[in-house]
Design a binder for this molecule. Structure first.
Ligand SMILES: [Zn+2]
Length: 174
């Protein structure tokens, strides 16, 4: 009889964009790709558990390189991830737009309820940490969310608007 070895929970953090794809750029030249990479690395350095359980954190990229959306979700699938969190910053022509948004896949998925739960958890924590307002948990057919619908709970977080990046984000969102 095989022995069941309980492995640590696996969380894949996906810093959006990279390389030639800078993502959103603030008026002062701050690039989304750099901010989300820094936050992802900090998250990984600061955490070894999730919800009281031992957890390992993996990043979809560790440097300033562009990875296709497909390869990001392939990595999560290959790792048999238990959670996938894609990190982004918002942009808006209206420079006064602000707040945190978390996206969940907008169609049926075996992980729908868990994704919504994770979305609300992150939304709540980010609002408290940063003092930004909540723009709510929203639903969208984003590729990374769609491709992981049979893999694990997955969310895409908009950590705020790039022009307000200097807010009090402390990185400790989990
Ligand atoms: Zn983005």
């Amino acid at each position: 009889m095989g022995q069941l070895v309980e492995r640590p929970f696996r969380i894949v953090i996906d810093p959006g964009h990279g390389g030639i794809d800078s993502g959103a750029v603030s008026e002062t030249g701050i690039q989304e790709k750099d901010l989300v990479l820094a936050i992802a690395k900090q998250l990984q350095a600061d955490h070894n558990e999730f919800d009281g359980k031992p957890a390992e954190y993996f990043l979809t990229r560790y440097t300033d390189t562009l990875i296709s959306l497909k390869d990001r979700t392939k990595l999560a699938t290959a790792l048999q991830a238990d959670l996938f969190i894609s990190l982004h910053y918002n942009d808006s022509p209206s420079k006064t737009a602000s707040g945190i948004e978390v996206y969940v896949y907008n169609h049926e998925s075996p992980y729908r309820q868990q994704s919504i739960w994770l979305g609300h958890l992150l939304e709540k924590r980010l609002v408290v940490l940063t003092g930004q307002k909540s723009r709510g948990v929203r639903f969208a057919n984003f590729q990374v969310l769609r491709e992981l619908k049979h893999t694990c709970p997955a969310v895409l977080v908009e950590l705020g608007f790039i022009d307000h990046y200097h807010n009090r984000l402390k990185f400790k969102i989990l």
